[in-house]
Write a protein that binds this ligand. Structure first.
Ligand code: AMP
Length: 120
């Protein structure tokens, strides 16, 4: 599958569409989801052109993978929902059966209230 440079997160990364930013560094961008499913719902995306988690874990450099993983904890601390506060849930929909809508890798972070059952 080829990366679609016109997906909405690619447009956000190019600055063509605005976002409500939480955090950014050379490797990742984090912003609030426009259709929040929980009290706090933010997304974290890598800046590289990766379709999904499988693509990322196959093609990304170790530095990109480490930075992406560490950014989840960094964002959770910024939002004051880390496990030393009350915790959160991370999920990444992957492909058709995973229910992925935007074909640029993203992790959802949910928090700010009890998240409930594992499958929502
Ligand atoms: P997924 O179904 O895992 O691909 O999730 C895509 C998510 O992107 C959904 O939760 C949408 O609400 C969210 N979304 C779509 N467009 C935007 C946008 N422009 N800014 C922030 N979040 C968005």
């Amino acid at each position: 599958m080829k990366y679609d440079k016109n997906n909405i997160f690619a447009k956000i990364l190019r600055g063509e569409i605005s976002c409500n930013k939480v955090y950014e560094n050379d490797y990742v961008l984090s912003f609030y989801d426009t259709n929040p499913q929980k009290k706090l719902h933010v997304l974290v995306i890598p800046k590289g052109e990766y379709i999904d988690l499988d693509h990322f874990n196959t093609e990304a450099s170790e530095k990109e993978i480490i930075e992406f993983s560490k950014s989840i904890t960094h964002v959770s601390k910024l939002l004051k929902i880390s496990n030393s506060e009350k915790g959160y849930r991370v999920l990444s929909n992957t492909g058709q059966n995973g229910g992925q809508e935007v074909p640029h890798l993203h992790f959802h972070i949910f928090g700010g209230e009890p998240i409930g059952k594992m499958i929502i």
